[in-house]
Design a protein around this ligand. Structure first.
Ligand code: AMP
Length: 286
């Protein structure tokens, strides 16, 4: 079907998801529709990107509703394979013989605490790119490390696909939309927007300093991060990381060099739920 579209000169877009679609996913579909005549949404809960003890079993599965949402958004094709179709084995061992070894870009952020996660992500996205052969694919800024890794993989493996970034969609109180937000109890749900508030305060301070005319590098004071750490910790959050990293290498940044792009990123446990969020720190100078 996709090759027929291509013969008709339709550009093909791919929006990879794990299902349980929310407004964040739908915004990616709407964004990519501007770049392609045909939009393919994949819905695949990929077992290889979940570690032992993570929420693969309990992850929300809402396929019928997801398909209906895609239909309403004018999606041309929903690709929802099962693990056997994707990996050609029903045995539960999908690791295969070939896997992506990723250097440096997974040393920090989620790569540091979710061993094997990004190998699983790249494994499945690589297969999706080869299967669908999209001209363009979109991934959310919400999963910023994933975004940079996928762009890197596409470049290094010469995949002729343009990688777009979709801005993070948020609830009215600032919480980044996520399929995992439904795990939060009432109390944690009320606290969750504090993550975004902390990110905004950090980026505001750094952007202000980096915006000065002298164009000098600005140091990322440990005390700036520690103050926000304390606020979040006092509110019962168990922080995995709260950090500033440079792009595209995703290394911790001690200084901000005006004109370069940085990410202020956080991951925290609220009860049994791990939430992530980030803001881009585009110093816009230079
Ligand atoms: P997932 O189903 O969680 O794997 O997400 C599928 C795609 O949607 C990924 O590219 C995510 O980065 C993106 N995404 C998830 N949450 C949001 C959000 N709140 N706003 C925009 N994109 C999102």
């Amino acid at each position: 079907m996709v090759s027929r579209w291509r013969q008709q000169s339709d550009r093909v877009a791919l929006v990879p998801t794990m299902g349980a679609l929310h407004e964040g996913h739908l915004s990616l579909i709407r964004q990519v529709r501007e770049h392609a005549g045909r939009v393919v949404v994949s819905i695949f809960l990929n077992p290889t990107q979940f570690g032992p003890g993570e929420d693969y079993e309990s992850y929300p599965r809402t396929l019928a509703q997801d398909v209906e949402l895609c239909r309403r958004e004018g999606v041309s094709l929903v690709f929802a394979p099962d693990a056997k179709e994707m990996y050609g084995t029903g045995k539960g061992d999908y690791s295969g013989y070939i896997s992506f070894r990723i250097s440096r870009m997974t040393d920090h952020l989620c790569g540091a605490s979710r061993s094997g996660h990004f190998e699983g992500v790249l494994q499945v996205v690589n297969k999706l790119f080869n299967t669908v052969q999209p001209d363009v694919a979109v991934f959310g800024q919400k999963d910023i490390q994933q975004w940079f890794l996928i762009r890197q993989m596409a470049a290094e493996t010469d995949q002729p696909v343009e990688i777009l970034m979709g801005p993070t969609r948020r609830e009215s109180d600032g919480l980044a939309m996520s399929s995992r937000n439904i795990y939060l109890n009432e109390e944690d749900r009320k606290k969750a927007p504090m993550l975004y508030a902390s990110l905004q305060r950090i980026s505001a301070v750094l952007a202000e300093k980096a915006g000065h005319d002298d164009q000098r590098p600005v140091s990322v004071n440990a005390s700036l991060l520690e103050a926000e750490y304390s606020i979040l910790r006092e509110n019962g959050m168990n922080l995995d990381y709260l950090t500033v990293v440079s792009t595209p290498d995703l290394q911790p940044a001690d200084v901000i060099i005006p004109g370069r792009l940085y990410v202020v990123a956080v991951a925290a446990w609220l009860g049994g739920t791990r939430l992530i969020d980030n803001v881009l720190l585009n110093t816009n100078a230079g």
